[in-house]
Design a protein around this ligand. Structure first.
Ligand code: ACO
Length: 514
């Protein structure tokens, strides 16, 4: 730590003042606005000139995660009687207190009066203290709850069991709108009028065609890796698509050019999936059907015949429900790649890579395998108990953000019920057993059914083969990824965090090779 420079200074030398403050009876929304306007990470809560509390960015994260109302009062969320430091204390003392307690801000109090505030930022400014070294301890493993960007695309409220696209409840959109409408919403910020809906469909239709050079290469991809999961083949195909269409670094493109590429990729991914699946099964590729909508056309290109309406609608609802979901791992990956200025295909390929992990996107086929293995409801209890006791994870259960019902699983359960059938009945009974056993064997972890459990059930009932579950997910999520790519590129700063080095202390002498 390069803190030497702090030795000679007192807290009064480095503190910020006047202090940005709030009163206990203000709303948190007002206090948060003030923090944003003044670019500070906290407000000191005052009663006259006395500091009675502090409200920090971290408190705002907590209250957002709890789904708290913006009309909540500051006193409900502030930390009362915060530690303080005197103005004549050495700056190093302030630093020690910040580091020891994991604080980022300490009020400076002189004779009971608030006279300033010292933040980690003030100390780093004067001492060039490496942020990673001191702050890494504060960052939870897996970046849980850490806010890494601002977005207007949507959000997830984990404690409430609620998520939204733009300003609308995502479940309500899935219940009432078409996928194209929601795609339009994500790209344009508003739902289309009827005229806009038609114009959008006309614009998208030709973009669904696979470019001839890519189409010609697909059999080779399948021949070279015939047993590769379709998602891996899609990853390769999207990479080839970007190269073939001459995608250039997003840094060098106008917003309209990047948007045109995003629409092209979103439109063509279902066609690529249909083609790859059929080639892998020795069938001829089916061209997009000009009269079918996204979901119906997807099933048509996969199965070779126009789907039943209720299957097309069920898959459409699944697709809408999975378009976007906060800063999930694949969306974050796509944004990180875009932040380097890389081309759009590179970011989508990265998203597909992240989605291919069982902890993220490949759970639905595993959940289906679990249901197939269980087979009958009487086997559910011993099978699941054994799996959990052995340290296994039940696919389709648990979520990083949801600590209550995942609204997508609630929606898809109702879609599955509408479709009906013995597999749906079995899934519902297995779900109940799983929830009871998770509560018994993993108490306090708040493990509920996630989107993936009924995703597989719904897709299976609609004739989507299990190997295509995750690729189907990738298809809708491409819309979410690209919306985020456009947002990232429009207001970009390289995402480049730090790690805490925990290896042997350097520099060690470099040994000579023997
Ligand atoms: N089955 C059994 N135990 C579980 C499960 C599960 N599905 N999920 C979490 N746990 C347990 C963990 O073993 C751990 O227990 P411990 O405290 O005894 O060690 C505890 O719950 C906390 O688990 P974490 O791994 O810390 O939770 P995290 O937030 O990192 O994980 C995740 C979230 C990866 C989704 C996890 O719940 C999981 O592995 N689920 C199964 C895979 C799955 O369904 N993925 C799809 C997620 S939805 C999506 O990405 C679209």
């Amino acid at each position: 730590m390069a803190a030497a420079d702090t030795n000679a200074r007192t807290v009064a030398d480095i503190m910020s003042h006047p202090v940005v403050s709030a009163t206990a009876d203000e709303t948190v929304a007002t206090a948060a606005d003030r923090m944003r306007e003044q670019s500070v990470g906290s407000v000191v809560v005052v009663d006259g000139d006395r500091a009675i509390g502090i409200l920090t960015e971290r408190d705002l994260v907590r209250l957002a995660a709890a789904g708290a109302a913006s009309t909540d009062l500051v006193e409900q969320w502030m930390t009362r009687d915060p530690d303080s430091v005197a103005p004549d204390a050495e700056a190093t003392a302030a630093f020690a207190s910040l580091a020891e307690h994991g604080y980022r801000h300490i009020p400076v109090v002189d004779d009971g009066r608030l006279v300033g505030i010292v933040s980690m930022r003030d100390l780093m400014r004067i001492a060039q203290i490496q942020p990673a070294e001191q702050l890494a301890h504060e960052v939870p493993r897996g970046l849980e709850g850490v806010i890494v960007a601002e977005t207007t695309i949507g959000d997830v409220r984990g404690l409430e069991g609620f998520y939204h696209y733009r300003q609308y409840n995502a479940v309500e959109l899935a219940e009432t709108r078409t996928l194209e409408d929601v795609w339009y919403l994500l790209f344009n910020g508003e739902l289309p009028s009827l005229a806009e809906r038609h114009a959008f469909a006309d614009h998208i239709r030709p973009l669904r065609e696979i470019p001839p050079a890519v189409l010609a290469a697909l059999p080779e991809i399948v021949r070279t890796a015939p047993d590769a999961p379709p998602l891996d083949q899609l990853r390769t195909a999207v990479s080839l698509l970007g190269a073939t269409l001459g995608f250039r670094p997003s840094l060098d493109l106008l917003a309209e050019e990047l948007r045109a590429q995003a629409l092209r990729v979103c439109a063509v991914v279902p066609t690529l999936l249909g083609a790859l699946y059929r080639l892998q099964h020795g069938q001829t590729v089916v061209d997009p059907h000009p009269d079918l909508s996204y979901a119906a056309n997807y099933l048509y290109m996969l199965q070779g015949t126009a789907p039943e309406e209720e299957h097309a609608r069920a898959v459409e609802q699944y697709l809408i429900s999975t378009i976007d979901h906060g800063f999930n791992a694949s969306t974050f990956t796509a944004r990180v790649i875009t932040s380097t200025g890389a081309d759009l295909a590179a970011a989508v390929v990265g998203g597909i890579g992240a989605l291919s992990g069982p902890l993220h996107g490949t759970a639905p086929s595993r959940a289906k395998e679990m249901l197939d293995e269980i087979g009958t409801v009487d086997k559910a209890e011993p099978w699941i108990r054994d799996a959990i006791v052995q340290g296994g994870r039940l696919m389709g259960f648990g979520h990083r953000v949801y600590k209550t019902d995942d609204p997508r699983s609630v929606l898809l359960r109702s879609v599955a019920e509408r479709l009906g059938g013995p597999k749906v009945d079995l899934a519902k009974e297995v779900e109940q057993v799983a929830l009871e056993l998770l509560a018994e064997l993993k108490p306090g972890r708040k493990l509920y059914t996630n989107v993936e459990f009924y995703a597989g059930v719904v897709m299976d009932a609609c004739g989507v083969p299990s190997e295509m579950f995750t690729p189907t997910f990738a298809s809708s999520r491409t819309i979410g990824w690209t919306a985020h790519i456009l947002e990232q590129a429009a207001d970009n700063r390289l995402i480049r965090p730090s790690a805490q080095y925990v290896g042997p202390p350097p520099p060690q002498p470099v040994p000579t090779a023997e």
